[in-house]
Write a protein that binds this ligand. Sequence first.
Ligand code: SF4
Ligand code: SF4
Ligand code: FES
Length: 233
Amino acid sequence: MIHLEIYRFDPEKGDKPSMQSYAVPVSKPGMKLLDALNHIKWHLDGTLTYRRSCGEGVCGSDGMNINGVNGLACITDVAGLKQPIKVRPLPSMNVIRDLVVDTTHFFDQYRSIKPWLKTETPVPEHERLQTPDERAELDGMYECILCACCTTSCPSWWWNGDRFLGPATLLQADRWIKDSRDEAAGERLDQLEDSFKLYRCHQIMNCMEACPKSLNPTKAIDHIKRRLLTRKS
Ligand code: SF4
Ligand code: SF4
Ligand code: FES
């Protein structure tokens, strides 16, 4: 059996948050934490609430705090986890219910960097082309699934999340700055040149440790800072 302690909170009941214990049988080799949560939901306690969709580490919806570390339940092997496995919602976000957090502010910040291709030149007859090298510049960034594991592990975002954009949004900002087809790098840099939006990153590197896709938001933040420095000199 696998033993879990899961954060429970139902605002409609008005109770304080609490940890609830469950025991789940090992159903298959390589069983993931999401399999255990699904077993609880489907066989033991239908009130347990969490997000999930793809089950394959692609949609980014089942980010949660697992034994004190942020990660995706669907790609986390239960075998390697110390028991009882303590499962909590992503830190520093308001909890809607159980493991479901309010991501409104996170996605508002993402939208604020205008995460789409901005161009001024006329639309070509066919697609806007990139060389293989230009395309390779986006490696390590396009893979981001916006799971928020990095941003919610960042102490600077905990303290200044109202104004500091956080690692996920800054990684995405750099993704568009680096895109050879985008024609708004200057405007994008102007918007990021702000003591809170960008410069609240103190290189603590929690974001990199937390990313389930092994991406490096710190490197992206550093690149934006260097771009701002270069254009000043
Ligand atoms: S490196 Fe920057 S963005 Fe990443 S966790 Fe630390 S302060 Fe946050
Ligand atoms: S950088 Fe990694 S941890 Fe952060 S949102 Fe993207 S995939 Fe998730
Ligand atoms: S369920 Fe989609 S990433 Fe885990």
